[in-house]
Design a protein around this ligand. Structure first.
Ligand SMILES: Nc1ncnc2c1ncn2[C@@H]1O[C@H](COP(=O)(O)OP(=O)(O)OP(=O)(O)O)[C@@H](O)[C@H]1O
Length: 318
């Protein structure tokens, strides 16, 4: 069995002129949490959706457990739907307000024909609620009767209903009160351990990603510019963009925090409809050198478990 569960190869998703994902090669390993960070609009959600084939790629392939899902027929796609799930940023928007939470959690069971029959389904919904720390007796209530953290637990229970292997967590704590963020993160970590899940954890917040991720992929304008184990990426970033992201994260110790040097990127993020020629970070890069070669760099190893797409790390062409 390969240790890679999901593999994207030269994946592109364009919406008209907008190159939301523009040539991504990425592997998600079985049982890991791969963090995906980058500024708003860099293509994180689109990449997550494309890995689950919720959007059609413009180019490239996605393999799930060795099967090319971009070429999958209906049966294979149905199997993929069952083995994958998504946890959304805003459970309020992703849950149907007119359905009880038990109905919402039970819906994937009906879709995937699991635990058939009323009693079996009811029992399974109760079990799922318990797994995420909700009292099953609250199953008859509606989403608006729950707090934000509880609603996210409902969203997680719904995601787990099909017994997925791979879960894309798209900013799962961004809309929650700070006080409950840690509880939801701890729940996700516990569920991963207990159920052997593989996560893609999408966030604009490097500090949040660092807490949960084994490895981190950094995205900029539709491409992965750095990939590595969490410790290396955050303590010795190899790409100038990652360096800027790392420098923006506050340090808990006051003495180190006082001497923290922030790298403030100047200039606007270019439009994904018209990315700069050559390296697409060059218009904002503090380390741009003249002349950076005029093609887009590809990921090059910079350490045992680290790679960066930057001309500082050797010049290669695709
Ligand atoms: N369905 C769509 N149709 C057209 N453009 C889209 C669509 N979905 C996303 N985009 C555009 O693609 C680019 C990438 O968006 P995406 O939501 O993937 O980024 P993101 O990094 O997840 O940002 P955020 O954190 O704000 O969600 C943006 O310019 C966005 O406007």
């Amino acid at each position: 069995m390969s240790d890679v569960l999901v593999r994207a190869s030269d994946l592109k998703v364009h919406f008209g002129d907008v190159r939301a994902v523009d040539g991504v090669d990425l592997e998600v390993r079985r049982g890991e949490t791969l963090g995906l960070v980058g500024e708003s609009g860099c293509g994180k959600s689109t990449l997550g959706n494309a890995l689950l084939r919720l959007v059609e790629p413009t180019n490239g392939t996605v393999e799930f457990d060795g099967v090319d899902v971009t070429a999958a027929g209906r049966r294979e796609l149905r199997a993929l739907r069952r083995r994958t799930a998504m946890i959304f940023q805003d459970p309020y928007a992703s849950l149907d307000p007119r359905r009880t939470v038990a109905e919402s959690i039970g819906e994937p069971l009906a879709i995937h024909k699991l635990h058939q029959g009323r009693a079996a389904r009811r029992a399974r919904v109760g079990e799922l609620m318990e797994v995420v720390g909700l009292d099953p007796r609250l199953g008859g209530r509606y989403p608006h009767e729950f707090s934000g953290g509880q609603r996210q637990r409902v969203g997680i229970a719904r995601a787990l209903a099909g017994e997925p292997d791979f879960v894309v967590c798209d900013e799962p704590i961004a809309s929650l009160d700070v006080s409950v963020q840690a509880q939801v993160v701890n729940l996700l970590v516990r569920l991963q351990r207990e159920l052997g899940l593989t996560y893609l954890f999408v966030s604009h917040d490097l500090a949040a990603v660092r807490q949960v991720a084994d490895r981190v992929a950094v995205m900029y304008l539709g491409r992965v510019v750095e990939l590595g184990d969490g410790a290396s990426v955050s303590s010795a970033p190899a790409h100038p963009y990652t360096e800027a992201l790392v420098s923006a994260v506050p340090v808990p110790e006051p003495s180190r925090e006082r001497s923290r040097r922030r790298i403030v990127l100047t200039g606007d993020v270019p439009s994904p409809a018209d990315p700069p020629s050559g390296c697409r970070f060059r218009t904002r890069c503090p380390k741009v050198f003249e002349p950076c070669p005029d093609h887009d760099p590809v990921l090059q190893p910079t350490g045992p478990e680290q790679a960066a797409a930057c001309h500082l790390h050797g010049v290669t062409d695709r």
